[in-house]
Design a protein around this ligand. Structure first.
Ligand code: SF4
Ligand code: SF4
Length: 136
């Protein structure tokens, strides 16, 4: 079993199709929707985590691609040199995903990697250049 993250982009005509039903029923894939911007009848995008057998995930992605859903694999992650952080909070202002937040009790930066959508906005926001992209 593996876990993989994908960004799915739907054309307007397929945004409301029940693709998740097929991934679960036909390919035995568990789906965790991390972020969604889908509006009926319009273009949309989803950030998904797929959990299942490698070959089933590949088949599921083929299924989506064959139905005009663009799947972009997220094989990269953001790395933070936490020990050098001065807790200035600059990066929290650009992190729309809520992955970077200030702890209101300690005023220390907290980094929740599970919420990160690898938008890369924090990289230029840090005055100490503490963020880098980790290509897996
Ligand atoms: S890459 Fe984007 S989502 Fe991830 S920590 Fe940086 S700003 Fe937040
Ligand atoms: S911008 Fe850099 S130094 Fe400031 S809180 Fe974020 S990671 Fe730490």
């Amino acid at each position: 079993m593996i876990k993989k993250r994908y960004i799915l982009n739907f054309p307007s005509q397929s945004g409301d199709k029940a693709f998740s039903y097929h991934l679960v029923k036909d390919y035995d894939i568990r789906i965790n929707i991390l972020k969604a911007e889908v509006y009926p009848g319009k273009k949309g995008s989803l950030l998904l985590e797929l959990h299942g057998k490698k070959e089933n995930i590949e088949k599921g992605v083929d299924y989506l691609t064959n139905h005009n859903i663009k799947c972009e694999s997220l094989d990269k992650a953001i790395h933070l040199e936490e020990d050098k952080c001065i807790d200035c909070g600059n990066c929290t202002a650009v992190c729309f995903a809520g992955s970077l937040t200030m702890n209101r009790d300690t005023w220390k930066l907290e980094f929740d990697k599970d919420k990160c959508v690898v938008c890369e906005l924090c990289i230029p926001a840090c005055p100490l250049n503490l963020f880098t992209i980790d290509f897996r």
